[in-house]
Design a protein around this ligand. Structure first.
Ligand code: SF4
Ligand code: ZN
Ligand code: ZN
Length: 321
């Protein structure tokens, strides 16, 4: 019978990369400590910060929200704020929004919900079809813009997302495979750019399976159904299978890959791919070109640049909620 590394009682949960077993109580403790250590190691949050959590309703962001609320005092966080974007995907989006709202209320966390349809008059699938692009690529762009503007609007200094170890290693290897070094450079644990909130991924050192275990053991409600547009391409699938086989035969391989990827980005990719931000001439948001990608998207779909208009609608919506 395996024993808990911390208390010696019967253990049920194994963390492969830690090569250790834990009982329920100490698995939760170990998981939260690991997230706090990651936040400190990469200086993601400093005392006095207000932190916006982009909450999608899935296990990752709901677990992240939970850890930050529980560890807010330890980390010196002034306020944790939930931010949810309703993408207008019929019953799926309605369900997700209600789960997020209820959980934030239970935690005593302020929850801002923004409806994409209120900002642009379209759902994510309608927008993607008018832009003639895959839903996930438009969704990523739109979320980045809306979350950044919202974080600035509520005067928070940090925006955190629930990307975890498996996500980051998978996307990094896929980007290396297809030679997309600019996207690779954006996969850092924390990104600090002048004029923008700090963007951080506090779950970068924990694996997806551990997050699921943490969520279940902690009684965190989350939506298990996947977004209907979730699509895994052939290269992505091959990389995921490769990583999981590697981890199976070499426990800790994912963390080793993460550390090598971070070194690669820091020493070789970032110095070449550094974007040198300027301001979008339409909406004023920091951008790597004269007109930001969000304004360019709206020009393509609506025939006019709409960044400034959308930012003002976000301001009104957040001030009213
Ligand atoms: Fe957006 Fe794609 Fe995720 Fe659905 S699966 S929420 S469309 S990024
Ligand atoms: Zn124990
Ligand atoms: Zn713009």
């Amino acid at each position: 019978m395996a024993k808990c590394r911390r208390c010696g009682r019967e253990a049920e949960y194994r963390v492969s990369y830690a090569k250790a077993w834990f009982c329920r109580e100490h698995f939760i403790e170990y998981f939260e400590e690991r997230v706090v250590e990651t936040i400190r190691k990469y200086r993601m949050i400093k005392p006095g910060d207000s932190v916006v959590v982009a909450v999608s309703g899935g296990k990752d962001s709901m677990s992240l929200l939970t850890v930050l609320v529980k560890q807010a005092r330890e980390l010196g966080i002034r306020e944790v704020i939930g931010l949810h974007l309703n993408l207008g995907i019929g019953g799926f989006s309605e369900l997700v929004e209600s789960v997020v709202r209820e959980y934030c209320e239970r935690l005593g966390v302020k929850c801002h919900v923004i409806h994409l349809r209120d900002l642009l008059g379209l759902s994510i699938s309608e927008l993607a079809s008018k832009a003639r692009r895959p839903p996930c690529s438009v969704c990523g762009l739109v979320k980045r813009y809306i979350f950044t503007v919202s974080t600035m609007t509520v005067n928070a200094s940090v925006l955190v997302t629930g990307h975890h170890l498996d996500d980051v290693v998978k996307y990094a290897l896929k980007n290396i495979y297809v030679g997309d070094y600019r996207s690779l450079a954006s996969l850092k644990p924390v990104s600090v750019e002048e004029g923008l909130p700090v963007k951080a991924r506090p779950l970068i050192s924990v694996g997806e399976r551990d997050i699921e275990t943490y969520a279940k053991l902690s009684g965190i409600p989350y939506v298990e159904a996947k977004c209907p547009f979730k699509h895994e391409g052939d290269a992505e699938k091959a990389v995921r299978v490769f990583i999981s086989e590697l981890e199976e035969s070499n426990p800790g391989a994912k963390l080793t890959l993460l550390s090598s990827i971070s070194k690669l980005i820091h020493e070789y990719i970032e110095p070449r791919e550094s974007r040198g931000l300027t301001r979008c001439s339409i909406c004023g948001m920091p951008s790597s070109s004269d007109v930001c990608s969000f304004c360019r998207l709206t020009k393509k779909v609506y025939g006019k640049y709409m960044g400034a208009d959308v930012a003002s609608k976000i301001g009104k919506s957040l001030n009213a909620s």
